[in-house]
Design a protein around this ligand. Structure first.
Ligand SMILES: C[S@@+](CC[C@H](N)C(=O)[O-])C[C@H]1O[C@@H](n2cnc3c(N)ncnc32)[C@H](O)[C@@H]1O
Length: 223
């Protein structure tokens, strides 16, 4: 097991998780929308909505074990998850491309990357990920889906041809409304995706291994 030991990253995570502990209070006014699955990014402009430490440590270990270099994230928020990704990228010789819709979150996330000493490894793209991640380079080794659930499937389909065979896709909050189309797509394409749902206390995770494009097996040569 690879353990995150970078003191600067760990100290920054401590500060950010402490601040994130008041997320519930910050989301109080938006509770009805949350309940009905209608929460909008702007309703959570002050909230982190982060992955928890166990998730971060799992992802950190997975990235280093797999030697993942080209790491892509949908949904930066204030950068908690990106800190785990960036710290792993430091070990693998890789880099992170991450995307956040709200400019004020981007500004704070960038400061957090500076503070944690990972800014040189992170390309933070401000704006709608469906636009900002469209130009991401080929050869993705790891994709973290942690933005808005209704965009998980279109986002995956947009970058799917850029995934390396063996790449992992980690989908957070996989039991939340809006994720069903992604889960159906993964289940309906078992030759391309080896995918499992992991029950957690916090919304569930779908962990997927991309097996590669299988078109060559589906079309018989015409001779
Ligand atoms: C669950 S939070 C991300 C938490 C972060 N990954 C972490 O663990 O610290 C989801 C984020 O996705 C952002 N988001 C929502 N729709 C987006 C879009 N279309 N493009 C980019 N970011 C988006 C939201 O503004 C929000 O900050």
């Amino acid at each position: 097991m690879h353990k995150l030991t970078d003191a600067t990253v760990l100290n920054t995570l401590d500060v950010l998780y402490k601040d994130a502990s008041s997320d519930k209070r910050k989301l109080l006014a938006a509770f009805p929308k949350l309940l009905f699955g209608n929460l909008q990014p702007s309703d959570a402009r002050k909230a982190y909505l982060p992955i928890n430490r166990d998730q971060g440590e799992f992802i950190y270990d997975l990235l280093i074990t797999e030697g993942a270099k080209h790491i892509v994230e949908f949904g930066t928020s204030f950068g908690i998850s990106t800190l785990f990704l960036g710290a792993a990228a430091r070990q693998t010789g890789g880099h992170v491309v991450t995307s956040e819709l709200l400019p004020e979150k981007c500004a704070i996330a960038q400061k957090n990357f500076d503070r944690a000493g990972i800014a040189d490894l992170v390309d933070l793209r401000a704006g709608d990920a469906m636009e900002t991640l469209a130009s991401v380079d080929d050869g993705i080794d790891f994709l973290l889906l942690d933005g808005w659930n209704n965009l998980y499937l279109p986002l995956l389909q947009m970058v799917e041809h850029k995934l390396n065979p063996g790449a992992y896709i980690y989908t957070d909050n996989a039991s939340f409304p809006g994720t069903e189309p992604l889960l159906s797509y993964l289940r309906e394409n078992p030759t391309k995706f080896d995918s499992d749902y992991i029950k957690t206390g916090k919304g569930g995770i779908e962990l997927t291994k991309y097996l590669g494009a299988c078109d060559r097996y589906q079309h018989k040569p015409t001779v």
